[in-house]
Structures are given as C-alpha cells and as structure tokens.
Design a protein around this ligand. Structure first.
Ligand SMILES: [Zn+2]
Ligand SMILES: [Zn+2]
Length: 321
C-alpha cells in the first residue's frame, strides 16, 4: 500500500457548467473531487468533472479492474449530471459503490435510475456494465474501506490503521438538505462541505464536525455584494450557498489547517475569482480558490503544519515586545 493521501479537483463550479474564455484558469466543470488514500479511490460528487476523471482512472488502471467509492453530497443536478458519462461504470470488471443522501434505503438508486430513464438518456442505469452497489446513507452511518472492502459500519466502530473512514454530517442549510463528509486516513482528515449556506454567527454544528481537519473544502459561491443583492442582481440569501466571508468564518471556527473555497458561481470569471481569493486570504490566510487540477497532498500539509508550529514560537520570542 502506498503512503499517499491526496485530493485532486476535477470540477469546482456550482449550479451549471461554465465553459469559455473567461473561466479557463479555474475551470467550468461542476463538482467532482478525487481523494486517493493508500491507492484507494474515493470520489466526492459526480458533476461534469467526473467525466474526465473517469477517463483518467481507466488510463491509470491500464487494464486492471477498478474499485471506486463515489459519495454523493445530494441529488441536485450539478452533483449527478456527469454520472451517465462516467466511463468506469460501463466496464464489467469495475466495482462501483455509490452512496449518498436519500430519503430511504433505495431512493438514491431511484433518482439515478430516473436520471437515465428512456426519455432522458439512451442508456439505463441497469445497462451500465459495472458491478454496482448503490445505497442511501443515514447520518449515523460510517463508511469504512479496509482490507475487507467497502462497507457501511456502525458509528465509532474501531477500525484498523489503514482503514479509510468517512463520517457524515447532515446539514439543513441547503434546499432539501446535504451531506457533509469527513474523510479520515492514518490520522489525517478532510471535510467536504459543498452546498451549505452560513448562519449568522457561524454554523456551530458544522464547526464541531469539521474541528481540526487538515483541509476544509467549503461552499463559497457568492461575493458578499452579490449575496446581499447590491450588484444589480437579486439577493441570493436563502439559496443554500455561502459567501467567501462565511466560508472563512467556518474555517476559523473549526480551526482547520487549510481552506479551499469551492462551488464557484457560474457567472464569475477568472479575474473575479482572483479578487475573491485575495479577500479570502485577508480573512483566513491559509486559503485558496479551488481550480481544476489543484492537487493537495495531505501528508505534506501535515508536515508543513508541524514545522509552522515549531517555528512560530521562536520567531515571536525574537520579535521586540
Ligand atoms: Zn451544487
Ligand atoms: Zn445543491
């Protein structure tokens, strides 16, 4: 088993794809994040970013069978629209686990089936050749991937050192609700909190859930002015998405190592996202806008954090008081 725990962004755009000259640097694909831990592949959401990811997974596997765990935050279109074009799902040797938010045990499967009904798409879910294990999760479930494979486990069950473990927080700060996932492997962690709107004074339940994570990926769809309706467009309050300020507040409250701002508004071009990144860094210095291709290695981040902690007191002891 290799030692790498890495995150790679394949789609960072909210609501609908935004191709074109104005979005070349950050990218126009809808949400998809690849997490690799000890050679295992976990995918967060299946927006259009999952399409190039699927092709790349097949290329990297070079003929060997793939096993993939896909966790869906919720069933809105921008988080599922890439799935019918996910190449590994058509390969019979692939083992595909698709878990996520659903009203009952089968509802996730029913929604994916209806997305590919004969009127909507030429290939049905059933006709996709991979061995599929599709189920809705409850908030109290944990997903564990260890040497016995992928399974849904009872909460707080002890797991082996090499187990990849995912915990769930159900947020109501989005129409229909959304699952926030905390992914842990060998003592390092990331929290994926897309499609959530901040509360006045911060979201305390989310802050507790994300406490101390190495990386927090957080919705930051809007500028403050856009959210408040000061740009000429209507206010977006209540749409279920955050401002950059809300994302920074969440990162501070949770005491995370790094914040990655995510689910960019499709009307924002690269220059505007640059400005929002500068704004975010003035509030939470260790933050950045997600862009397609951004790769973070959690192993390295942790080392850097330890060094920072080690160096900081020395610097302050030398500064004039
Ligand atoms: Zn969304
Ligand atoms: Zn949504």
């Amino acid at each position: 088993m290799d030692d790498k725990f890495a995150i790679r962004f394949w789609g960072v755009r909210g609501s609908y794809p935004a191709p074109g000259n104005a979005t070349v640097r950050y990218g126009g694909n809808t949400p998809c994040v690849e997490v690799t831990a000890g050679g295992r592949t976990l995918i967060l959401d299946a927006g259009t970013g999952v399409i190039p990811l699927g092709r790349d997974l097949v290329r990297r596997a070079s003929g060997k069978p793939l096993e993939v765990l896909l966790l869906v935050s919720h069933l809105h279109h921008d988080h599922t629209q890439g799935f019918p074009f996910f190449t590994p799902a058509y390969i019979p040797s692939t083992r595909l686990h698709v878990y996520g938010l659903g009203a009952d045990a089968e509802s996730l499967e029913r929604v994916l089936e209806s997305n590919q009904s004969a009127q909507r798409f030429p290939v049905s879910l059933r006709e996709m050749g991979a061995a599929k294990d599709i189920r809705s999760l409850r908030e109290s479930d944990e997903v564990v991937w260890d040497e016995d494979g992928v399974r849904v486990a009872a909460p707080a069950q002890s797991v082996g050192r090499d187990a990849l473990r995912v915990r769930i927080h159900r947020s109501y700060a989005h129409p229909g609700g959304v699952y926030v996932y905390r992914v842990e492997w060998r003592g390092r962690s990331l929290v994926y909190a897309t499609d959530t709107e901040g509360y006045v004074g911060g979201d305390r339940r989310l802050a507790a859930f994300a406490r101390g994570a190495d990386v927090l990926i957080h919705d930051a769809q809007y500028s403050e002015a856009h959210y408040r309706g000061q740009t000429g467009a209507a206010s977006t309050q209540g749409f279920g998405h955050s401002t950059v300020e809300m994302a920074c507040e969440a990162a501070s409250a949770a005491g995370v190592g790094r914040l990655v701002l995510f689910h960019h508004d499709p009307s924002y071009g690269d220059a505007q996202l640059d400005e929002l990144q500068a704004r975010a860094r003035s509030l939470f210095p260790n933050s950045q806008m997600a862009y397609e291709g951004l790769t973070l290695e959690l192993n390295e981040l942790q080392v850097r954090r330890i060094l920072d902690d080690f160096v900081a007191p020395r610097i302050s002891s030398q500064s004039p008081s």
